[in-house]
Design a protein. Structure first.
Length: 394
């Protein structure tokens, strides 16, 4: 892969860009569903894979490929596969890797629909899953069965920010010949590059930090080798959950500012986490940079910075959370995360509702938990807004 020696910030700006007709500095949007063959033999050789080129946008498109190459380069992977959403990426990945009758180990704290995809859809195909606290390495070891083929981890987990040790988990996966898949959405490659720590496959909801502007729903899978890429490309082509060229263009544009967005978001987050930790109406705060985070030391080993996601529990539980969220003005009461604007939400009634109360309890998602996705606004303005909303709690 080119640009191997460039620094991350430089790669964000230039990765995936090739030479195009007329010399544009950004990839053109090839908004076409299909590509013309020069002759029947040309078409046949493209279908046989004897010649490189494009056939049909579900199978490949230059605008999509440029974005895929950029993300693969930022994650340190071989190739990537752009998908229509994060859920399409997770689905394509798990369906590609697991066969009927095989076993999956998954983090208890994952995005709600990932939990329900596994519980309600994969189970139909006789794929059994053990949900474990993946911050506890012994719990992962104890869950291993002879037919375990995949370990699936979200770290930091949504919304508890529980951190799993990627290097140690990769050793377990290797020893049992299973694939380790990591959802890197919460950190992005700017802060955590799982493939360099022994992880086999990375997935993302690009709806979040990679695009960064809350105007696209998209996902991606990044792989390390040609064999896995070929397998996943075939499955994605058959399942059909591909990204479209315009959204790929927008994500590629968003990537250019990933590094500076994340830098500002991390800086803001640290100040907000410290402010919250000292507030009398806050029971506890989870942010990976705080020494009070249970996996603080693991985070130091594998993060270059600690991200823009903060979870906290208010004294007064659900009612206090509701009061707070109904009084913010600058912080937007909305699900999703990772954009330039600060968002606030309540996982138990929103993003993790589908999991059900018992699974939430098991995963540590309490009814009073509030989740903040910190943006790039001036930090004093964000804190003033939070302060005003907290003052309304009686
Ligand atoms: N993985 C993680 C960690 C996520 O947070 C999400 C979405 C997904 C995968 C799925 O991605 P999508 O299909 O939406 O692109 N998380 C959301 C959240 O926390 N609030 O709204 C969406």
């Amino acid at each position: 892969m080119k640009n191997k020696n460039q620094n991350f910030e430089t790669k964000c700006v230039h990765a995936g860009i090739k030479e195009y007709e007329f010399g544009p500095v950004v990839p053109p949007i090839y908004q076409t569903s299909t590509f013309k063959f020069k002759s029947t033999s040309h078409g046949a050789s493209l279908f046989k894979g004897e010649e490189e080129g494009y056939i049909y946008t579900r199978m490949g498109n230059p605008t999509i490929e440029a974005m895929e190459d950029a993300v693969a380069e930022l994650e340190g992977g071989y190739k990537a596969l752009g998908c229509g959403s994060g859920m399409a990426a997770i689905h394509t990945c798990l369906v590609s890797l697991l066969n009927h009758g095989e076993h999956l180990i998954c983090s208890k704290a994952v995005y709600g629909p990932t939990n329900t995809l596994i519980k309600n859809v994969l189970s139909k195909f006789n794929i059994e899953t053990t949900f474990v606290t993946t911050s506890k390495i012994e719990d992962i070891k104890n869950a291993v069965r002879p037919n375990t083929r995949v370990i699936y981890i979200e770290t930091p987990g949504n919304p508890t920010l529980e951190i799993a040790d990627l290097g140690e988990t990769a050793k377990i996966a290797k020893s049992i010949n299973a694939k380790l898949v990591v959802d890197n959405t919460f950190m992005s490659p700017a802060l955590q590059q799982p493939l360099t720590l022994g992880v086999d496959i990375v997935v993302h909801s690009m709806t979040k930090f990679l695009n960064g502007h809350a105007d696209v729903v998209a996902g991606i899978i990044v792989v390390k080798d040609k064999e896995t890429y070929t397998l996943f490309r075939k499955t994605l082509n058959q399942l059909g959950g591909v990204i479209d060229p315009f959204n790929a263009f927008l994500v590629h544009r968003g990537l250019k500012t990933l590094s500076i967005r994340i830098e500002k978001q991390c800086k803001n987050s640290m100040q907000i986490a410290e402010y919250l930790e000292n507030h009398t109406k806050v029971e506890w705060v989870r942010y990976p940079s705080l020494k009070s985070h249970p996996e603080y030391e693991i985070g130091l080993k594998q993060h270059k910075g600690h991200g823009a996601m903060i979870s906290f529990e208010l004294k007064g539980g659900f009612n206090a959370g509701e009061t707070m969220m109904n009084h913010v003005e600058l912080c937007q009461l909305a699900v999703s995360l990772g954009g330039v604007e600060t968002l606030i939400q309540h996982p138990a009634s929103m993003t993790h509702l589908s999991m059900g109360k018992d699974a939430r309890k098991e995963a540590g998602i309490t009814d009073g938990l509030v989740r903040l996705s910190v943006g790039i606004e001036n930090v004093d303005d964000i804190i003033a807004d939070i302060d005003h909303a907290l003052s309304k709690i009686i």
